[in-house]
Design a protein around this ligand. Structure first.
Ligand SMILES: [Zn+2]
Length: 237
C-alpha cells in the first residue's frame, strides 16, 4: 500500500484493510516503517498493535488462533441453535503477543430477523471493543461499573457482570471484566441484546481446543472490518 502520512483530516481510508492489518481503534490501514524496530502506524492514532487481516472463518482458524494465544477467544458455548461463527480476529502479530481478540457470530434475533454478536477480549487501552461499539475512546468510559450491572453472562462457568455502554443507536454494547481483561459484547441490531437475558454462556476457545469443531461457521461478516464513521473520527486527538 501507499506509504505516506496524510494531512490530518484528509479522508484516505476508503478501501478494504491493508494486507498488513488495520488499526484496532478506527479500522483504518496501518503502515510499517522500514525500520524493523518500529511498530505499525495509524495516521490518526500513531503507533498501534495491528489488527490482523481477516480470513474466512473455520474451525481450523479458530483452533489455531486460540492455541498459543495469551488472550481468550470467547465463543457462545454450548453452541446455540442457528448461530454460526462469522469472524475470528486478533490484534498482535504473533500468538504470544496478542493484545485483543474478536469472535463474531450471526444467528436469529430473539425479537425477529437476524442478529449479530461481536465478542471482544482485550487489554485496557487497545480500543477494539470500543471501536465496534462505535466509541471514540479506547475503553468503556467513566460510567463503567457504576451501579447494578445491566446483565450477566457465564465465562467458563464464572458469573460475569456486564454494564450497558451508551453507543450508536443501531447496536447495543455491554462491557465487563473476565479473566483480567475487558470483555465486550456488541449486538446488532440493539434488540438482539435481549439475548443477554437468556443467560448467555461463553467459553474460551483455548480451553475448548478441538471441541471448537462442534461450532458452525458461516461467511465472514463485514462488521469486523467496519471503520469508525467520519464524523466520529478522532481528528482532534
Ligand atoms: Zn486508528
Amino acid at each position: 500500500m501507499e506509504q505516506r502520512d496524510p494531512p490530518r483530516g484528509e479522508r484516505i481510508f476508503t478501501g478494504p484493510m491493508s494486507d498488513v492489518g488495520a488499526c484496532p481503534r478506527c479500522g483504518g490501514p496501518v503502515t510499517k516503517p522500514p525500520d524493523e524496530a518500529a511498530g505499525y502506524i495509524c495516521a490518526w492514532h500513531g503507533e498501534v498493535p495491528p489488527l490482523q487481516p481477516f480470513r474466512h472463518p473455520d474451525a481450523e482458524l479458530l483452533e489455531s488462533s486460540a492455541r498459543d494465544s495469551r488472550e481468550p477467544f470467547w465463543v457462545l458455548w454450548p453452541p446455540p441453535a442457528g448461530w454460526v461463527v462469522t469472524g475470528v480476529g486478533r490484534v498482535g502479530e504473533r500468538a504470544e503477543a496478542v493484545r485483543a481478540t474478536v469472535v463474531a457470530l450471526g444467528g436469529p434475533n430473539p425479537l425477529g430477523g437476524a442478529g449479530e454478536l461481536l465478542i471482544v477480549a482485550e487489554e485496557p487501552g487497545i480500543g477494539l471493543g470500543a471501536r465496534y461499539a462505535g466509541l471514540l475512546g479506547p475503553d468503556p468510559g467513566v460510567r463503567f461499573g457504576i451501579g447494578a450491572p445491566d446483565g450477566r453472562v457465564l465465562t467458563d462457568g464464572h458469573p460475569t457482570p456486564l454494564w450497558y455502554v451508551e453507543t450508536a443507536p443501531d447496536r447495543a454494547a455491554y462491557a465487563g471484566e473476565a479473566a483480567g481483561r475487558w470483555l465486550w459484547l456488541i449486538f446488532h441490531p440493539g434488540t438482539a441484546g435481549t439475548l443477554l437475558v437468556e443467560n448467555l454462556e461463553l467459553a474460551d476457545a483455548r480451553v475448548l481446543g478441538p471441541e471448537v469443531r462442534q461450532l458452525s461457521f458461516g461467511a465472514l461478516t463485514p462488521r469486523v472490518t467496519e471503520q469508525l464513521d467520519e464524523p466520529r473520527r478522532p481528528d482532534l486527538f
